[in-house]
Design a protein around this ligand. Sequence first.
Ligand code: PHE
Length: 454
Amino acid sequence: MSRDRWNNRLVFVLAAVGSAAGLGNAWCFPYVCATNGGGAFLIPYFVALITAGIPVLILEFVIGHKFQGGAPTSLANFGKAGEILGWFATFISFVIVTYYSVIMAWVFDYLWYSFSIAWEGDSGGFFFGSILKLTDGPWELGGFSIPVLIGLVLTWISIYLTIKDGVHTVGKVVKWTVGLPVLLLFILAVSGMTLEGAMDGINYYLTPDFSKLTDFKVWTAAFGQIFFSLSVGFGVMIAYSSYLDKKSDITNNAFMTALANSGVSFLAGFAIFSTLGYMAASTGSTVAEVSTAGVGLAFVVYPEAISLLPFGAIGQTIFALGFFIALLTLGIDSAFSLVEGTSTAISDKFDFNRKKTTVGVILIGFVVSLVYATKGGLYWLDIVDRYINNFGILVVGFIEILVIARLMKVNNVREYINEVSDIKLGKWYTILLGIASPVILGIVLVMTAYTEIM
Ligand code: PHE
């Protein structure tokens, strides 16, 4: 059977951007940026993007495009160890989708509650108490939280509907799931900027604190953020590029993906911090006091900020819907890319029927994700995220760049790229991929390991 193909180039880029731009952009980047030196954080951020993010992204595109298979099959061209690396990356993406889907489930719930701004007055109690029904610790699962369970079923059904017929159906969906969140975030940012105190929020987000640059945790944060955000080190981009036609502009696709992904992150920062600035002003606190990371930001602090907005009940609902629809559309294409990466890996390796494999991955994914839909699930989500995420993907990226690029002969990689791409890469790319990237990533890896242990 001939391999599936993306309908056209735009669809591929949209799918790659869709995978990259996800929950990480909306709730990780703004906070990580604000607390790691504000505007000064952009320096390590861009260093990470140029020395590691884009080179690994291009390399993953080359691997998928050249070997026409999911991560394990493609990397098996470099022996058993290569295949194991591919399975390791695939395993990470599968584990991530099992809890990413639960976060999407909460988003589904919040869409519903947005109509009445149900969290008003006690957003923390509402989220942890009424929605999650959180228990006292990880050993007390306490049965399912029904709202989360319902959201989870909706999430997995959406994933199924999107990828049931392979990359063709994905093409139809990504047009919406990439454009819409950008538009919504833009509207939220612009209306947020009209609020009193918005500038305090933006100052908190972007005022550079250069002294932070001497702290190596800021640098490891930048590299971790770039890898997760660009979806590299997961095998997903290898799988996606394996559905590309022979004549595909790899360089251009990679630059567009990286640029669009960073753009979404910046935009999300404006949307979030303008509103948090208003919240700080109206509650008499500082922006630093009200802002927090991740889950707490999206489901507690930001919703509370919405309930304080001077737009009346309908205005608040519209604002809330805008935010949660943006999160939903950002997250859904990242979630299905993780499933697609996993099912491509399995069906290519074992020659299984694609559709059945996808259904199988979705069913198993759903069952595993049920753990996090229990009342103690959040504890497990935190634990798994902490150990699987950061370090694992850096390791995959590092080995890809250090070993795979060398086995493919760095200069041949460049020639391969230049043959198919309009934007040609000069000799500098050989130096970057051959020397600079592995050295820098190696150092970052040691620093990250040190931070994790300490
Ligand atoms: N990049 C996505 C985000 O920022 C997450 C993701 C990682 C998606 C890896 C696919 C693969 O949320």
